[in-house]
Design a protein around this ligand. Structure first.
Ligand code: MG
Length: 363
C-alpha cells in the first residue's frame, strides 16, 4: 500500500493523480490533501477518499505543507502545485526520506542546486512532468556518462504555423486554447510562447545533471513522443505514450511496477501519430532562446526568469501587454538584474520575488 500525500490536488496535474488514486484504491491510500484554498473540489476529494488531513495554503500557509511533507503516516508525496510555495516542503520531504513525484518545475529551476543534494537514493525523486518523466524512463539502466543529448518534445503550441504578424494579434482567448493538453492558464500561455519548454530545458539540465549544450527541444506535432535520449554511440531511446498525464503519474507512483486499470487506459494510438521532429523557430518564439541564454548564465538568472515570466503572463492575460511583448518584458527584467548569485534557497526565492516586482515596474 502506498500512503500518499498530494500537494496541489485540485489542479490539472493533481486531477490526473487523483484519477489514478481513484482507480487504484487497493494500492493507494490518500492520507493527506493540500491545495490553495478550501474549494468545493478539495472537500469533495477529501470526502471521496476519506482523507482526514486537509491543508490549504490560504489557511495553513507553509506550515501546512511542511506537516504533510514530514507526516510519518505518509511515504510518498506528490508535488503538483505551481509556483515557489512548496519548495521548502519538498526539501523536508526529501530529508524525511519520502518518495517524491515532482511536477513542480519551479522547485528545480529556482532551487535545484540545493534540492538535488538532498536526494538520498536512486528514484527517490521521480519526475512527473510528461517530458521529464519520459527522459527519466529512458535513462533507467543507462550510464549517464554516455548521454550525448537529451531532447524534450513540444507540440509547438497553438501558434506553431502563425507568422510574425499573426503573433502580434494573439489574444488571451486564442492563447488559452491548447491543442493537446488541458491545463491551468499560466502554463497554457507558457506553452503558447514556448516558455514552458524553455523552463523545462533548464529543469532537465539540473534534474539529469547534464550541461546546457546537452539539452534541446524538438517540435513533435503528434504529441506521442515525449522525450528522446541520444547516446554517444548514436543510439536513440524515445518514450512514446498517448498524451495523458495519468500515464506519467502512474509511472511515478508505482515505479518500477506498471499499472493502469482498464477504465482509464487506452492502448497507444499508433495509426494517427506523426513521428516527425523539427527544431522550434526561435525567431518566432524567442522564449526558447532566452531560456538557453539563462542556462548558460546560471546563478540568479533561472530564478529571475521564473518571476519575470509570471508577471509577463499575468500582464498579457490582463491585456496590458501583447503576446509578442511577453519575451520582451522577460528579457528586460533579466537585463536589469544586478543580484548576486544566491547562496541558499531563501535567497533564490527572494530573487523570484525581486523579478516579479521589477517586471511589474518595467511593464
Ligand atoms: Mg511538460
Amino acid at each position: 500500500m502506498i500512503n500518499l500525500g498530494i500537494i496541489g490536488a485540485t489542479g490539472s496535474v493533481g486531477s490526473s493523480v487523483m484519477s489514478v488514486c481513484r482507480a487504484h484504491k487497493d494500492k493507494i491510500k490518500v492520507v493527506a490533501l493540500a491545495a490553495n484554498s478550501r474549494s468545493e473540489k478539495l472537500l469533495n476529494l477529501a470526502q471521496e477518499f476519506n482523507t482526514k488531513k486537509i491543508y490549504t495554503y490560504e489557511h495553513d500557509g507553509a506550515a501546512g505543507l511542511e506537516n504533510l511533507a514530514v507526516d510519518p503516516e505518509i511515504d510518498h508525496v506528490v508535488f503538483a502545485s505551481s509556483g515557489t510555495s512548496a519548495i521548502m516542503a519538498l526539501c523536508s520531504a526529501l530529508k524525511a526520506d519520502k518518495n517524491i513525484s515532482l511536477a513542480n518545475k519551479e522547485s528545480i529551476v529556482v532551487a535545484g542546486e540545493w534540492v538535488m543534494k538532498l536526494i538520498k537514493r536512486g528514484d527517490q525523486l521521480r519526475p512527473l512532468d510528461s517530458e521529464h518523466n519520459a527522459i527519466w524512463q529512458c535513462l533507467h539502466g543507462e550510464n549517464k556518462n554516455f548521454i550525448e543529448k537529451i531532447y524534450l518534445t513540444a507540440s509547438g503550441g497553438p501558434f506553431r504555423n502563425f507568422n510574425a504578424c499573426d503573433l502580434e494579434n494573439v489574444t488571451p482567448e486564442m492563447a488559452l486554447k491548447h491543442p493537446v493538453w488541458a491545463m491551468g492558464a499560466k502554463i497554457t500561455i507558457d506553452s503558447a510562447t514556448l516558455m514552458n519548454k524553455g523552463i523545462e530545458l533548464i529543469e532537465a539540465m539540473i534534474l539529469f545533471g547534464v550541461n546546457e549544450n546537452q539539452v534541446d527541444a524538438l517540435i513533435s506535432p503528434g504529441s506521442f513522443i515525449h522525450g528522446l535520449v541520444e547516446f554517444s554511440d548514436g543510439s536513440v531511446k524515445l518514450l512514446g505514450a498517448n498524451p495523458d498525464m495519468k500515464l506519467p503519474a502512474a509511472s511515478c507512483l508505482f515505479w518500477p511496477d506498471r499499472y493502469m486499470p482498464d477504465e482509464i487506459f487506452k492502448r497507444p494510438e499508433y495509426n494517427c501519430k506523426e513521428l516527425k521532429f523539427f527544431e522550434p523557430d526561435e525567431n518566432k518564439f524567442p522564449c526558447i532562446k532566452i531560456a538557453r541564454e539563462v542556462m548558460k548564465l546560471k546563478g540568479v538568472y533561472p530564478a529571475v526568469l521564473i518571476g519575470a515570466d509570471e508577471i509577463a503572463v499575468k500582464k498579457f492575460l490582463e491585456r496590458k501587454i501583447k503576446f509578442t511583448e511577453i519575451p520582451v518584458l522577460i528579457e528586460k527584467t533579466l537585463e536589469a538584474c544586478d543580484l548576486k548569485t544566491p547562496s541558499n534557497i531563501q535567497e533564490a526565492i527572494s530573487a523570484v520575488e525581486w523579478a516579479r516586482v521589477k517586471a511589474d515596474e518595467l511593464a
